[in-house]
Structure formats: structure tokens, C-alpha cells
Design a protein around this ligand. Sequence first.
Ligand SMILES: Cc1cc2nc3c(=O)[nH]c(=O)nc-3n(C[C@H](O)[C@H](O)[C@H](O)COP(=O)(O)O)c2cc1C
Length: 286
Amino acid sequence: MNFYELATKRKSTRVFKDKEVAPELLDEIKAYFPECKRLVPEIMIEFKIIDPKLSPMMNGCVGYKDFLIEAPHYILILSEKADSYVENVGFAGEDLVLKLTDMDIDTCWITINDSAKLKDRLNINSDKEPVALIAFGYEKSVLSIKRLDIVNLSNVIMKKRSGYEAPKLYIEDAIYAEDMGIKDENSTLDHYTDLYQALVAACCAPSFLNLQPYRFIIDDGLFILVSLADERTSENDQLLNLGILMLNFYRVLSQRSGVYGTWHIGKPDKELELPEGGTIVGYFKI
Ligand SMILES: Cc1cc2nc3c(=O)[nH]c(=O)nc-3n(C[C@H](O)[C@H](O)[C@H](O)COP(=O)(O)O)c2cc1C
């Protein structure tokens, strides 16, 4: 899998064909569950493909404005509660999304508005909590429509885009501060093409309502992720956003550089000026 290509090619699909994924492909997906990369490998998580007979029961507790996108299949990810468990689910779930993208299967993350109700509706008897839901199947092409454009929760409209990527944060805007001690006129990114590609992948990550409430600081060999306060995004969705982004960054940087680093959760041992309302999530040695 070429993770840079997959991360930049992936887009959310909301109109699915009434066509199921073939059983042998479902088996391949299930076999990938334990392979999905984790942020905190010790945390027990569980992937569940929802029985299609039960999926309409999810209406009213998941999706923007409680509206469930109709899809032939859904994967629910459950987790035990522990530090960073939601980010861990975002990380593992996005790894699965990239695997599905590689299999030419389309996906959409779906917000969970009421996890207790969802558990009840799906009759799930588990001590783990439902943390994330991903719809998958095959996109139904509707004329020349390429992507959904989201204005707000109740105004999700279709719009043809000229480019192939969603309107995402530009790298220059995503980076709040950059100082690698490089003294000439070029920026850090001109020196580190692997880092640049990892940043593009991070900026292409899916996020709740495409709001992307995060910024990056590059400081003295560290890539630091800063979460921004956003009143429209729930805590669960923001933590998923962050895990998803961390996976994209990790996968692309590791594959391109051949150096398999890890995310460290928490603040690095240094004073940093943060954007307003920002908190440090973690950092990655680059
Ligand atoms: C945590 C999370 C929850 C999301 N929930 C929904 C949802 O309930 N309904 C929906 O249509 N899209 C949902 N999305 C998809 C985003 O709207 C989509 O990722 C964003 O608009 C960016 O578009 P793209 O994925 O095509 O790059 C969600 C995405 C994330 C990361």
C-alpha cells in the first residue's frame, strides 16, 4: 500500500450503491482488523461488522443531525476505556479506512451521538464502549458530483469541485510555528520532503464536518500536534479527529523515510507558544 496515495485519494462517500462487498473481500477486511496500527497497543479494541438487518436501528443515534447514511455495511469499533482510548480508535479505524481505500471500497466516518442508545439498539452485550462507526461499500456516482461540501450540520450539499481534494487546511496555515534551527532562507519543509508528504497526508485527514480543529508546531526536531477548541465538535469526535490525523502522518512519514517512529502522547519538555485555545496532544520525533 502506498499510504501517501491512499491518504490523498480517500474521500468520504455518502451515497452508496445497493451492492454488497463480496464475501471474500469481507474476509480480507476481517483478517486486517488485528493488523490495524494502534496508538496504544495495550488497549483492547473490537471491530464489529454490523448485521445489515440491524443497521436501520442505528437511525436516531448516529450521523449528522441523527441521520444515518445508508450503506450496505458498517463497522463499529468498540474499546475498553483507558487513557487515549478514543484517539487509539481513531488511529486504528483510519488504518482500516486506508486499507479499504486500497481495496477500492468507499467509506464514511459517522458520528456517534448516543453510544449507550446505540449499544442498546444493536443489542451489544459487551463491557467495551462503542467509539466509532464507519460506513463502507461502493459509491454511487451521481452525474459529475465528486464530493460533498458541508456548510453546516443541516446544510450538507453536493458540489462539483475543480480539484480532487476537499478544501483542506493548507500546510502553511496548518503550521502554527516552525523552527528547526535551519539558518538559510528555505523553510524546514524544503529540506524534508518526507515530512512535507506526511503533512499533506495529515491535512487530507477526514474530520468531523471537515472543521480540522488542530494545528502543528515544528520545533527542534519535533512535530507537535495542537488541538484547538471547537464548540461544534464533540469531545469524542475531536479525539477521533486527532487519532485519524496521527495515523495519516505516522503511516506516510514512516513509509517514506523508512524510520518507524511513534507518537508520544503529552507535552514535550519545553516551553511553547500555543495558538489561542490550543492544547498539546502529543509529539513525534522527526
Ligand atoms: C469523527 C468524524 C465523524 C464524522 N461524522 C460524519 C457523519 O455523521 N456524517 C457524515 O456525512 N460525515 C461524517 N464525517 C465525515 C466528514 O464530514 C468528512 O471527513 C469531512 O467532510 C471531510 O471530507 P473528506 O472525508 O471527503 O475529506 C465524519 C468524520 C469524522 C472524522
